[in-house]
Design a protein around this ligand. Structure first.
Ligand SMILES: [Zn+2]
Length: 209
């Protein structure tokens, strides 16, 4: 009745759907201080961004502060997806994402997070973006202006994945880092300089690929 091949086949399929196996899940008190969120936000889906980005080992030594998902974030320019506060390494993410479900067309995206199919995945990609600001803050303290010089050089001649990436060298780094995790094949072809930059910086912090 229950052929073993079918069972094995089903298991393989499940694994493919779930993506690569997770070695470890982000934990409060280890990788970040605490989690606060609106009821619709799925903690596991959003936080998976930190494991997908291979940052858990590095975050043990350089933990984030509070990660908070709120319904929406606005300033005088309108709604935005997320914000990182370097003073306490806290991150706030917006759950309201009217602009998601975009085709991943290089250069035509507002942000990489718009390729997400639902608000939880969008918040996951925005968490990776904001974690990029955390990497810049910690590395900036260690490297000084050499970090900005290195990224600015690439930013000046890059083929931007998104509108956000064109804003300045910091936004470029955070968006290309998202592209490295979520659009890696496209990144290698469309912005090889950005791909090499991210690979180099991820090696410096011991991020897991
Ligand atoms: Zn940013």
């Amino acid at each position: 009745m229950n052929c073993r091949c079918t069972v094995v086949g089903a298991m393989v399929e499940q694994e493919q759907l779930a993506g690569p196996p997770e070695y470890e899940r982000p934990k409060a008190g280890v990788h970040f201080s605490q989690w606060r969120a609106t009821s619709e936000a799925n903690r596991r889906t959003v936080l998976r961004g930190l494991s997908r980005a291979g940052l858990l080992d590095w975050l043990k030594d350089n933990p984030l502060g509070e990660i908070r998902v709120v319904q929406s974030l606005y300033d005088e320019f309108g709604p935005f997806n997320g914000v990182y506060n370097p003073a306490n390494a806290s991150i706030r993410l917006s759950f309201e994402r009217p602009e998601i479900n975009q085709k991943p067309i290089w250069g035509e995206l507002d942000t990489v997070s718009t390729i997400a199919g639902n608000p939880n995945t969008a918040a996951q990609i925005s968490l990776v973006h904001e974690a990029g600001h955390h990497i810049l803050t910690v590395l900036g303290r260690q490297m000084g202006p050499a970090l900005e010089d290195k990224i600015r050089k690439v930013w000046n001649q890059a083929n931007y994945v998104s509108g956000r990436a064109s804003v300045n060298w910091k936004e470029y780094f955070c968006e290309v880092h998202c592209a490295y995790i979520y659009l890696q094949n496209e990144l290698q072809v469309k912005d090889p300089l950005g791909y090499n930059l991210i690979r180099e910086i991820r090696r410096m912090i011991g991020a897991r690929d």
